[in-house]
Design a binder for this molecule. Structure first.
Ligand code: NAD
Length: 309
């Protein structure tokens, strides 16, 4: 796909709106649609055209991009809300939402059965990356579909990796975020243990960040204030990557693990811990704020002794 294209863009929330705005900036014609009229109105201010429905956004488009909350929204649009029926045969459907691998494969199948082509292309990089056009895309589908989508993905992101066939993009996304969720808990537990041993945050950081404990959760998104000035811990855990989104991604990883008979014990435990945190104090906080929940669960020996006395 070279040159300017007409793109139907459905789902203009936190991520979709800036992604679509970057396509407009690159010279593409974007027909946008969202169920919430106020979001559609704001999006029009960035230069895209408002479609009357999702099907209207797809009609006449060269490619249709969806950025929706969950698999049921994608499948609902594909199967029941006439999105596939409205498009020209052979239109490329790119789903950038983070959804279940099985749902992504069902969406591919529905698109292909309707005479369309499909790619799952979830993203990493958050709202900041969506605004700056620096997202990373993980794509699943055919090589030809990936090659056709690449010029659009490179407008919205800095890197796109073709991970394999249908669903492979979603698989890469949930596996990566399972590493991240587990490692954030590991780093947080280490800081809380260090506190109980009288170790300063800075001392632990200076050692672990240059030793074998080094990881993104420590050196970029450090869960305690101080060692990494830009991390959300320094602004009272304002996201960043919100805890409910981490809980969602870990839930997808845990259900994929169950379906595949993979124990993924730490992944399942991380899903449970983040689900509890996201439902409570973490509802509007960065996922690194889980350090506070873990700290609150600590019970010093003296308290335990007292409780037992
Ligand atoms: P959001 O809730 O802000 O946006 C989703 C939008 O989809 C909403 O505006 C909603 O009205 C719209 N929508 C739902 N059903 C629709 C339908 N049938 N027709 C038209 N519009 C519909 O969510 P978001 O933060 O933009 O995230 C979107 C996706 O990207 C999610 O799958 C999320 O997991 C993933 N993601 C988000 C982030 C992040 O930092 N926000 C990072 C990476 C991936």
């Amino acid at each position: 796909m070279n040159g300017e294209r007409t793109i139907g863009f459905i789902g203009l929330g936190h991520m979709g709106r800036p992604m679509a705005a970057n396509l407009v900036k690159a010279g593409h014609r974007v027909l946008g649609y969202d169920l919430l009229p106020e979001l559609l109105g704001t999006a029009v201010g960035t230069g895209m055209e408002a479609a009357g429905s999702a099907a209207d956004a797809a009609a006449g488009a060269d490619a249709v991009i969806t950025m929706l909350p969950a698999g049921r929204h994608v499948l609902g649009l594909y199967r029941e809300e006439g999105l596939l029926a409205a498009a020209r045969p052979g239109t490329l459907f790119i789903d950038c939402s983070t959804i279940d691998v099985a749902d992504a494969r069902s969406a591919h199948e529905a698109a292909v059965t309707a005479g369309m082509r499909a790619l799952d292309a979830p993203v990493s990089g958050g709202v900041v990356g969506a605004e700056a056009g620096t997202l990373t895309f993980m794509a699943g589908g055919g090589a030809a579909e990936f090659a056709e989508a690449d010029p659009l993905l490179s407008v919205m992101g800095k890197k796109a990796v073709h991970c394999g066939g249908p669903g492979a993009g979603q698989a890469a996304k949930i596996c990566n975020n399972m590493i991240l969720g587990i490692s954030m808990i590991a780093v947080s537990e280490a800081f809380v243990l260090g506190e109980s041993l009288g170790l300063s945050h800075q001392a632990l950081f200076d050692v672990a960040s240059t030793a074998s404990g080094q990881c993104w959760a420590l050196t970029v998104n450090c869960p305690v204030p101080g060692p990494v000035p830009g991390s959300p811990a320094n602004r009272d855990y304002r996201p960043g990557f919100a805890a409910p989104l981490m809980a969602k991604d870990l839930g997808l990883a845990a259900s994929a693990a169950r379906a595949g008979g993979v124990p993924a014990q730490l992944g399942v435990m991380a899903a449970e811990l983040f689900a509890a945190y996201a439902e409570g104090a973490g509802a509007e906080q960065d996922f690194s704020g889980i350090v506070r929940a873990l700290r609150e669960q600590s019970e010093p020996d003296t308290a335990r002794d007292g409780a037992g006395a």
